[in-house]
Write a protein that binds this ligand. Structure first.
Ligand code: ZN
Length: 136
């Protein structure tokens, strides 16, 4: 039983690796945005965050801060107080990606965030670069 589980896990890991390393272009899904009443909903928020490979709460917090509003993540969707255009949301996701995901040295997205005391670093799995991230 344990072996079967391990094999399954290996296969799952292999799939993840394949998905991340396939193709040279890093494309973030375009945010599907609608405004209902005084709220803006990002329908495919979970999909975007998954592609960015970052904590949904971190992405949410960043977007909310940039839009000077409050946000929440519920059932795979992102909710923001106020009315924001699709362009605004997509632009900010692009900014987030450049800042917290894309390696500034080799421009690849195969990175992870490493925290040391109060500093955050973007560590690139592709080229090994370690860049500091401004977290203001
Ligand atoms: Zn790199």
């Amino acid at each position: 039983m344990v072996e079967a589980y391990d094999a399954l896990l290996d296969r799952a890991m292999a799939n993840i690796t394949n998905r991340e390393s396939s193709g040279e272009r890093f494309e973030i899904p375009i945010a599907s945005v609608s405004v209902i009443g005084a709220r803006t909903i990002v329908h495919n928020f979970a999909e975007i965050v998954d592609r960015l490979n970052r904590d949904p709460q971190h992405v949410l917090k960043y977007l909310a801060k940039e839009m000077a509003t409050a946000g929440s993540f519920e059932g795979g969707k992102g909710y923001f107080q106020g009315r924001f255009s699709r362009d605004t949301v997509n632009r900010l996701i692009g900014v987030y990606s450049n800042r917290f995901v894309i390696c500034p040295v080799c421009k690849r997205p195969d990175t992870r965030v490493e925290k040391k005391e109060r500093l955050s670093f973007l560590v690139c799995e592709a080229c090994g670069a370690r860049s500091s991230i401004l977290t203001t």
